[in-house]
Ligand binder design. Structure first.
Ligand code: PLP
Ligand code: CA
Length: 304
């Protein structure tokens, strides 16, 4: 009976919700695009919200690109009014965390793509140079003496040697252990999947016997980054729209935001209903307040 959440909304209910909120947070993959293909109607939704004076930001756990690349990607996919200031990625927020929160007093050892390293560089975070001989072992490598943090993110050139070095650095209890995000995997076309940052973090957690501090969704830190850059953000005025219950809906709940699941991505409505009906109350934070088939369902609300 009266379980809260998972309300499938349409037409006038969507219109009322869009009118009531003034700050929209969109996850990217599965909501705005699938890889290199925009979700049909998404560009129009974004520009209509912006034209109506709504604040729109993008909150992505994809740590593989610096923010400028996202601006280009948005443009390439037909989102012509998205600016750098609207983009909050787990790589950008990791750089802010290292620079402004922990003020890291030494170098950072990075497991991640070049895009992550570029974002850190932009923030002035010194990173250990990576130029390994592919046949080297941990004995062939000098460990840098001033590594004060290990940051793990999705790395398509992950090697055993990187894992070994990171584990050595983490022997020092003063060395911080951070993860850009903890996503387990991502869907690719043709039924394939891409292992996510979380799979690499898990390997390093086992090897080091430590737990990483996660920067990306569902951690609240990304919302703190947004709040510090947009004055007067009121959680009650925000709607978090995402496609994954364990990251996006939990992020919204953790930050006190209303949440909306769109069914164009990873999670199905049945999974949300299972969490809702679960006896374990911690599962209730994964339940969206609202559900739509696609954000294109917003479009009729913009017609007068
Ligand atoms: N990380 C990587 C490496 C990805 O490829 C993706 C999606 O494609 C994500 C994270 C998830 O991104 P988002 O949070 O925008 O769904
Ligand atoms: Ca997503």
């Amino acid at each position: 009976f009266g379980f809260k959440g998972c309300q499938k909304i349409r037409g006038p209910q969507i219109r009322n919700l869009l009118e009531a909120k003034d700050f929209f947070l969109f996850d990217c993959d599965g909501v705005i695009w699938h890889g290199e293909n925009a979700i049909t109607g998404a560009a129009k939704v974004v520009s209509s919200l912006i034209r109506r004076g709504k604040n729109v930001v993008f909150v992505t756990n994809n740590c593989t690109r610096p923010r400028e690349n996202y601006v280009h990607k948005f443009y390439r996919l037909g989102f012509t009014d998205v600016m750098l200031e609207q983009i909050f990625s787990s790589s950008y927020c990791s750089a802010l965390y290292l620079r402004d929160v922990v003020k890291v007093p030494g170098q950072v050892f990075v497991i991640g793509c070049d895009g992550l390293r570029r974002e850190l560089q932009e923030a002035g975070i010194p990173c250990v140079e990576e130029a390994d001989d592919p046949d080297a072992t941990i004995y062939d490598c000098a460990l840098a003496p001033d590594v004060k943090a290990v940051l793990v993110g999705h790395d398509d050139k992950m090697t055993f040697l990187k894992l070994a070095k990171a584990s050595c650095y983490l022997k020092d209890p003063e060395c911080l252990f951070l993860a850009t995000d903890n996503d387990p995997w991502h869907p690719l076309s043709g039924g394939r999947i891409l292992p996510g940052s979380g799979s690499l973090t898990a390997a390093l957690e086992v090897a080091s016997g430590r737990k990483a501090t996660v920067i990306g969704k569902p951690s609240r830190f990304m919302f703190e980054c947004i709040s510090s850059q947009f004055r007067g953000v009121d959680p009650a005025q925000c709607l978090m729209v995402g496609d994954r219950l364990e990251t996006d809906m939990l992020f919204g709940s953790n930050c006190g935001l209303d949440t909306m699941l769109t069914l164009t991505g990873v999670s199905q409505i049945e999974e949300a209903q299972e969490y809702r009906n679960s006896d374990q109350t911690t599962n209730h934070s994964l339940v969206p307040d609202y559900v739509v088939d696609t954000i294109a369902d917003f479009l009729p609300a913009f017609e007068d």
